[in-house]
Design a protein around this ligand. Structure first.
Ligand SMILES: [Fe+2]
Length: 196
């Protein structure tokens, strides 16, 4: 079954969009729209059913919903996560708020909560969001390499996910940043185990 680009852009029923409680800058909104456009391309190429596509869209529109919220609001929704650490609080805060507003899908909430650091147990919504967030064309670094990975996702999403984790870990090492433990755990769950 093929689904036309047009029908995917205007699916039946309420179309997920930025929640009313979101705090995002205009540039952030453009980023979210580019993530949605890339995921739409993938969903179409992969023949993703509409119910799954709706989950992807909810994860996409929610993931950065509190990215530009003031620190007090992030503290309120994610009191146990590290303040100010590279924006690591907005995922947990956005997920907590989405849950309070009625989102019940565990996979969607996990996609949002862990999108900055990764989660080894992710379902396809989490894997898609982690990749689309990083591979959308608006980011300045590694443009050609990221575009190639974006093109490959529908055929080989597992391999592309591993490459995205590899690039993100490599960047952290090169920059002298600490490695987020969930990212290392995600990498270990995907890495080829015949290195010895
Ligand atoms: Fe994002």
């Amino acid at each position: 079954m093929t689904v036309s680009r047009e029908s995917r852009r205007t699916p039946p029923g309420p179309r997920p969009a930025l929640p009313s409680w979101a705090v995002v800058s205009p540039a952030r909104l453009e980023h979210i729209e580019r993530v949605a456009a890339l995921a739409s391309r993938w969903a179409e190429a992969m023949g993703v059913p509409d119910t799954e596509w709706q989950r992807w869209l909810r994860a996409i529109w929610l993931h950065d919903a509190l990215r530009d919220a003031p620190e007090e609001e992030l503290e309120k929704w994610a009191p146990s996560s590290t303040p100010g650490a590279g924006g690591l609080r907005h995922g947990p805060a956005s997920a907590a708020r989405a849950k309070a507003e009625g989102e019940t899908d565990r996979g969607v909430l996990d996609a949002v909560r862990y999108h900055s650091v990764g989660l080894a147990e992710w379902d396809m919504a989490g894997r898609m969001l982690y990749c689309a967030d990083y591979l959308e064309p608006g980011r300045a670094h590694l443009q050609a390499e990221r575009a190639r990975l974006a093109d490959r996702f529908p055929q080989d999403s597992g391999d592309v996910l591993r490459e995205v984790v590899r690039l993100r870990l490599a960047r952290a090492v090169e920059s002298g940043w600490p490695l987020p433990e969930p990212t290392v755990r995600l990498w270990n769950s995907l890495a080829v185990r015949d290195s010895g």
